[in-house]
Design a protein around this ligand. Structure first.
Ligand code: MG
Length: 337
C-alpha cells in the first residue's frame, strides 16, 4: 500500500510596507498559513472581513490531513472529500496539490493547464485609503503605469481628482462595498469624468438587485463605466447569479477555495460574456504566483500582493513595472527563500 499523503502547516506573519486601509478596515500585518503537502506548497490568506483566523485555518488543515488518501493526482476526489471549511483554508490544499502535480510531472502549472505564459495582462498596483494628497503623491511616485485606487471614504471624489491630476497612469477604482445605492448613483457619474477603467464592488455584498438598479440608472445617463463584482462573487454559482447585473467579476483563489473552482468561475463568466480580473488578497509570492498561472485566461490582473509586503518568504512571480513574469520551474515555480 502506498504512503498516505503528508500535510503540515506553518503560520507566517507578513509585514505590510504601508498601512493597508480599505473600506473594511486597516492593517499593518497579515497572518497567513503555508501548507506543505509532500513537496507541494500552498497558502491560505487570512482575510479578516471574511471571518477567518490563523488558528482556525491551522486547525482546519490538521483536520484535512486525515482525508487526503495516497494519490496526489486524484485532485477532484481529494478536494471533494475535504471537510467543510473556509475557502482560504481549502485553497491552501488545492494550491499545494497543483504545485505537487507539476513537480511530480516536471512541468510548470501553466503548461499543464494548456496556457501560454506570455499572455499575461498587466497588473495594477494598489493605493490604499489615506489623505487625498498623500494618495496622489504615492500614485505619482510609485512608478507603476496601472493603479488601483481604494475608495469607500468620505473623500472619494477628491481622491480620484487628486490622483488623476498627479498621474497619467491607467486608473481603476475599488469601493470595497463602501457605498449605498444612492451614493453610488450620485458618485459614479462624477467619477466617470476622470477616465477610469472600471469600478469594483460599488454596493454591499449580495445586493444584486441594487446592481441591476444602478446599471439601469447609469445606462439612462449614458455612463459606460463598467462595474465589477468582487466580494459578492466567490465561486462559479455566484458568477451565474450575477448574470446581467454586472459587467465583470474578480476571481481570487482565496474566495473560490483554490485553482479548480477558480477555473470553473472563469469559464462560467466567459459563458455569460463577462470580463474577468484575477486578483489576490494580501498574500506572499506563493499564493499570488498560483493565481498568476491562471492570468492568461483573464482580461485584467490585480496581483500586487508581493509588492505590498516587506518580508516575502518566497520568490516566484517576477515584476518589471506592471508586467508580470511567470517562473518556468515545475509546479508553481516558487522557491522558498
Ligand atoms: Mg476588490
Amino acid at each position: 500500500m502506498s504512503k498516505k499523503l503528508n500535510l503540515t502547516c506553518q503560520p507566517v506573519t507578513l509585514d505590510l510596507k504601508t498601512t493597508f486601509r480599505i473600506a473594511h478596515g486597516a492593517s499593518d500585518q497579515r497572518h497567513n498559513v503555508i501548507a506543505h503537502l509532500e513537496e507541494g506548497l500552498g497558502e491560505a490568506a487570512v482575510v479578516p472581513y471574511y471571518g477567518d483566523t490563523q488558528a482556525g485555518i491551522v486547525a482546519y488543515l490538521e483536520q484535512a490531513a486525515a482525508t487526503l488518501g495516497d494519490d496526489p493526482f486524484l485532485i477532484e476526489d481529494i478536494l471533494n472529500s475535504l471537510p467543510a471549511g473556509s475557502p482560504a483554508a481549502r485553497a491552501a490544499v488545492d494550491i499545494a496539490l497543483h504545485d505537487l502535480w507539476g513537480k511530480r510531472l516536471g512541468q510548470p502549472l501553466y503548461r499543464l493547464l494548456g496556457l501560454t505564459p506570455q499572455a499575461l495582462p498587466l497588473t495594477s498596483f494598489t493605493i490604499a485609503i489615506d489623505e487625498p494628497a498623500l494618495m496622489a503623491e504615492r500614485a505619482a511616485t510609485c512608478g507603476y503605469p496601472l493603479i488601483k485606487i481604494k475608495l469607500g471614504s468620505p473623500d472619494d471624489e477628491a481622491i480620484v481628482a487628486a490622483i488623476r491630476q498627479a498621474t497619467s497612469a491607467r486608473l481603476r477604482v475599488d469601493a470595497n462595498a463602501g457605498w449605498s445605492r444612492e451614493e453610488a448613483a450620485r458618485l459614479i457619474p462624477r467619477l466617470a469624468e476622470y477616465d477610469l477603467e472600471f469600478i469594483e464592488q460599488p454596493l454591499a455584498v449580495g445586493d444584486i438587485d441594487g446592481l441591476r438598479w444602478l446599471k439601469e440608472r447609469l445606462r439612462l445617463q449614458k455612463i459606460e463605466l463598467p462595474l465589477f463584482a468582487d466580494e459578492s462573487v466567490r465561486c462559479a454559482a455566484d458568477v451565474a447569479a450575477h448574470a446581467g447585473a454586472i459587467d465583470g467579476v474578480v476571481i481570487k483563489l482565496m474566495k473560490s477555495g483554490g485553482i479548480r473552482e477558480a477555473l470553473r468561475a472563469i469559464h462560467t463568466a466567459r459563458a455569460l460574456d463577462m470580463q474577468i480580473m484575477i486578483g489576490c488578497m494580501v498574500e506572499s509570492s506563493l499564493g499570488v504566483t498560483a493565481a498568476a498561472h491562471l492570468a492568461p485566461l483573464c482580461d485584467y490582473a490585480d496581483l500586487d500582493g508581493p509588492l505590498l509586503i516587506r518580508n516575502d518568504p518566497f520568490k516566484g512571480l517576477g515584476y518589471e513595472g506592471s508586467c508580470m513574469i511567470l517562473p518556468s520551474g515545475p509546479g508553481l515555480g516558487v522557491e522558498t527563500l
